[in-house]
Design a protein around this ligand. Structure first.
Ligand code: BES
Ligand code: MN
Ligand code: ZN
Length: 527
């Protein structure tokens, strides 16, 4: 299906390139900006990180002047994470500015903020040399790089080109054992890149982004990262009995797709798991993403205001595609299958109607009492299929599912539901570490009865508590497989530019899932 805008997207900006160096920043030639970490010292003083003395000397700026600039009147807590103090430099061949960037308690979140702040302060600059990450532990180093990438994020569809270009090159200077950090840097770039991709996918307007376009993105990711990919079109979906996905996608000019990506770990890092027959095989995780490429609400139509952000209703699907593309780079030891249930929830003569009954994969029926509760209808088919055909050890789905979760958690925390406590702890911890925090919500069986339908197995619009009843609906399709569900509707949108977040679609979830799947044994201790 050709997108209705055949001109397509103009070339986009790319994240910065990173290079490691053992040299101190002032010894790196040809850079316009030098950046040093500012740390809170004893008695309210401020300390500067590696190479600041040398830079002060070679630039002819007294170190005391630097410190004065930090601590003088009007300067706001210079050591605070992500606080940037700028010192103009005159008379140097290339250096125009020195930046002192607060790194606070030197925790990973502080370095993430410092990285993002550095990126925001160096937009449109060609090259910067920084010793900020040189004082970090590996997790802080990784967070710094990811922060610098995401703080650079941009997307545009202007005839005149992007308004700003990310800093093209960041030299990570002052690293004693630059070789040892190579692996950490590669992993950070993979995580930052996946998060960037996920944000881009969520940002692309829906006159371009339809189910087949999303499938094409998955094919490109697969080709780049050595994944297997397959895409089911509407005929195949009908053969497989995926009535939820077909019903939701039926009124759209661009028919639904089920996108599948498969990652197999290279031998060596395969985590063994004993089956009852004693044969060893790698455990398998299935990730399922909601891929609604636009959500009008269908006949239960949304208000104009409610519809305004609905191009990003495929955030979960974009996360799944992006995560799959980065699994090899983070050394994921388990097999992972990604399923994206992609459809446009449109209005048309052929729309699914309130009161219609749909057959999901495997035979369960839903009464569609609200066509705007479409996410659970498409996810149900993919979840049931995964349970029936893929023998998963763990299933995790990712979906911008309910407006209700935004009321509960605001815009900075995602909702996490899980049938297994170990899985829940793993995901909560991974999210905390990666900077994508979630809060566990209950799969409270006391609300089960709300899901009863007069005529079908389940009602798709059971009423409040909306995020919980939506999760309970999904639980009906996962059988006994350990399962977790992210309701991302709270965090799909950033309200303002803030450190690594940029106003608009967030692509939330890629970092948290890669932190989990890139760990030594992601499924350890899960039933
Ligand atoms: N895509 C929406 C959820 C959403 C709302 C995401 C706001 C991001 C921001 C979802 O398909 C939806 O419309 N859910 C309904 C369900 C209701 C009709 C049972 C909702 O939450 O209002
Ligand atoms: Mn909806
Ligand atoms: Zn939706």
């Amino acid at each position: 299906m050709t997108p209705s805008d055949s001109a397509g997207l103009p070339p986009q900006v790319s994240p910065p390139q990173f290079a490691l160096s053992t040299l101190l920043p002032d010894a790196i030639g040809g850079v316009e900006v030098l950046a040093f970490p500012a740390l809170p010292g004893p008695d309210g003083s401020t300390l500067l990180g590696p190479g600041a003395d040398q830079a002060a000397e070679s630039l002819g700026i007294g170190l005391l002047d630097l410190l004065d600039a930090l601590t003088g009147p009007g300067a706001d807590a210079p050591g605070k994470p992500g606080q940037v103090t700028t010192l103009p430099v005159g008379g140097h061949a290339s250096v125009r500015r020195v930046l002192l960037v607060g790194v606070g308690d030197q925790s990973a979140p502080a370095f993430r903020r410092a990285g993002a702040a550095l990126a925001r302060a160096t937009r449109d600059v060609d090259a910067v040399a920084s010793s900020i990450a040189a004082i970090a532990e590996p997790d802080g180093f990784e967070a710094f790089v990811v922060g610098a990438m995401l703080g650079s994020f941009g997307f545009h569809w202007r005839s005149t080109g992007p308004e700003h270009t990310p800093v093209a090159r960041i030299v990570l200077a002052g690293h004693a054992d630059a070789g040892e950090l190579d692996g950490v840097l590669r992993r950070a770039i993979a995580i930052g890149g996946a998060s960037w991709r996920s944000r881009t996918l969520a940002t692309v307007p829906s006159n371009l982004k339809n189910p087949e376009w999303l499938a094409e993105q998955a094919r490109e990711v697969a080709a780049d990262s050595g994944l297997e990919v397959s895409v089911w079109d509407e005929k195949e979906l009908a053969k497989r009995g995926m009535g939820g996905l077909l019903a939701v996608g039926r009124a759209s000019a661009t028919p639904p797709r089920l996108i599948r990506l498969d990652y197999t770990p290279s031998s060596g890092r395969t985590s063994g798991k004993r089956t009852t027959r004693g044969a060893r095989r790698a455990a398998r995780v299935v990730l399922v993403g909601k891929g609604i490429t636009f959500d009008t609400g269908g006949l239960s139509i949304k208000t104009a205001e409610g519809m305004a952000t609905m191009k990003r209703d495929m955030t979960g699907g974009g996360v799944v595609i992006s995560v799959l593309g980065a699994l090899a780079a983070v050394g994921c030891p388990v097999r992972v299958t990604g399923l994206v249930a992609a459809a446009e929830n449109a209005v048309g003569a052929d729309s699914v109607r309130p009161g219609d009954v749909v057959h999901h994969y495997g035979g369960r029926t839903s009464e569609v009492n609200n066509t705007d509760a479409e996410g659970r209808l498409v996810l149900a088919d993919a979840l049931a299929y995964a349970v029936d055909q893929l023998k998963p050890d763990v299933i995790v789905d990712v979906a911008t599912l309910t407006g209700a979760v935004r009321v509960a958690l605001g815009s900075s925390i995602a909702a996490l539901y899980a049938t297994d406590d170990t899985l829940a702890e793993r995901l909560l911890d991974s999210g905390r570490r990666a900077g994508e925090p979630s809060w566990r919500m209950p799969l409270a069986s006391v609300y089960d009865e709300k899901l009863a339908s007069k005529i079908a197995d389940v009602d798709n619009a059971p009423g409040g508590p909306g995020s919980i009843t939506a999760a309970l609906f999904l639980q009906g399709f996962v059988g006994e497989v350990p399962w977790a569900h992210y309701d991302l509707a709270s965090v799909g949108d950033a309200t303002a530019d803030s450190f690594e977040w940029s106003k608009g679609p967030t692509g939330w979830g890629a970092r948290a899932l890669l932190e989990w799947l890139g760990s030594d044994d992601p499924v350890k201790g899960i039933r």
